[in-house]
Design a protein around this ligand. Structure first.
Ligand SMILES: Nc1ncnc2c1ncn2[C@@H]1O[C@H](COP(=O)(O)OP(=O)(O)OP(=O)(O)O)[C@@H](O)[C@H]1O
Ligand SMILES: [Mg+2]
Length: 356
């Protein structure tokens, strides 16, 4: 199921926008970001703009940063796609470059979101006449700050706002001096999706991405585990682990000490203080079916995996992934995400950033 498809049945202001953008893109390469709340019609608008501009002979690039409801696979990343002709849906577009975010709820990943978009837009705008940027519908609270960071870093020439009732007013005021704001109406055909429908769309995407996966063994001595407090500092000595397990009544699988203690244990998670050092306790269970990203030396994501098992002593991870052994050769980092998901597409839950 695709939420957004190509249609020319759009409000009249879109056609005016196309005329204007054609003129502008004739003068220089342009970057355009689309912002609006959930189900305001961002992706439908972007698909329309993409097809119309391609039909006029322009080279278009798409940066899909809607990690909550991605069109371009894989989910939980930001992707760059370069359409060669008009498409009936953005989901048909194959991504050529990706940046790992690792969650579908990126509130705690504003930095990564802004950086990822900026890096992909940099690449895109080297060849494209028009770079179109799709964003999440997360526009209030931290979501607004995230949009502001993106605009500050990317410096889009145009920011299209799809506003229903004043929810983008402050954003427009905050970034109005950095970009040219274009306000377009929300189509009266734009319809809202329930949380269950949105989950169903994501389920299908996860399932498709992991369809032809196999279990690979990842050597964490060669590929650095990042995005987690685990593995940092020195390993705990046996007597330290024994002491902690006696004090807290835990089964401890592994532990490290840097400016704090980090342990992986079985039972209910709770962070405590120990002799002025903070003790972070990670539930072993939270690590199973955790989304991980394979990141290359350029910092881009080669693909995703689902963590099935960690063998701490041997520094090995067993990861289900569509990537081949050969494709892992370019990988330098195994980055830990914050969503647990099954290859069937079922989401098992989100984690907070500080939980790992
Ligand atoms: N002009 C239009 N004509 C017909 N349907 C539309 C139009 N604009 C939006 N819709 C419908 O409204 C729904 C939401 O649109 P869309 O998926 O483009 O929104 P979005 O802002 O990208 O949502 P999200 O926040 O999930 O990314 C879709 O079902 C889409 O087909
Ligand atoms: Mg969308």
């Amino acid at each position: 199921m695709n939420k957004a498809v190509y249609t020319r049945d759009v409000p009249e202001d879109r056609f005016e926008a196309i005329g204007f953008l054609l003129q502008e893109a004739g003068k220089r390469p342009i970057k355009l970001m689309v912002v609006g709340s959930t189900d305001s019609g961002k992706t439908t608008l972007l698909t329309f703009l993409m097809n119309e501009l391609i039909s006029e002979g322009l080279r278009v690039a798409v940066v899909d940063s809607d990690v909550g409801q991605k069109s371009i696979l894989p989910p939980a990343t930001i992707s760059l796609g370069i359409p060669v002709g008009p498409l009936s849906s953005l989901s048909e577009l194959e991504g050529v470059l990706h940046y790992f975010i690792g969650t579908t709820a990126p509130g705690q990943y504003a930095g990564e979101m802004a950086l990822g978009v900026a890096r992909l837009v940099d690449v895109a705008s080297k060849t494209a006449d028009v770079t179109l940027i799709d964003t999440t519908g997360f526009v209030s609270g931290v979501g607004l700050e995230m949009k502001r960071l993106k605009v500050e870093l990317v410096r889009p020439d145009f920011l299209i706002l799809l506003e229903r009732e004043g929810e983008l007013e402050l954003l427009a005021r905050a970034v109005g001096h950095l970009t040219r704001v274009i306000r377009l109406s929300v189509s009266d055909k734009a319809r809202r999706y329930s949380l269950e429908e949105r989950r169903e769309v994501r389920r299908e995407k996860w399932r498709r991405y992991f369809e032809d996966s196999s279990l690979l063994e990842v050597d964490l001595r060669r590929i650095a585990p990042t995005g987690t407090s685990m593995f940092q500092g020195r390993e705990l000595r046996e007597e330290e682990k024994l002491l902690l397990s006696e004090v807290f009544d835990w089964i401890i699988f592994a532990g490290w000490k840097s400016d704090r203690y980090v342990v992986v244990k079985a039972d209910a998670s709770e962070s405590r203080f120990l002799r002025r050092h903070r003790l972070q306790a990670i539930d072993f269970e939270k690590l199973s079916n955790l989304l991980v990203g394979f990141v290359n030396a350029e910092g881009f994501c080669e693909g995703l995996g689902i963590l099935k098992w960690l063998r701490f002593r041997e520094m090995k991870a067993e990861v289900l992934t569509p990537l081949s052994e050969e494709e892992l050769e370019n990988v330098v980092e195994l980055r830990f995400g914050r969503i647990r998901v099954l290859e069937s597409g079922e989401e098992l839950g989100l984690l907070r950033r500080e939980e790992l």
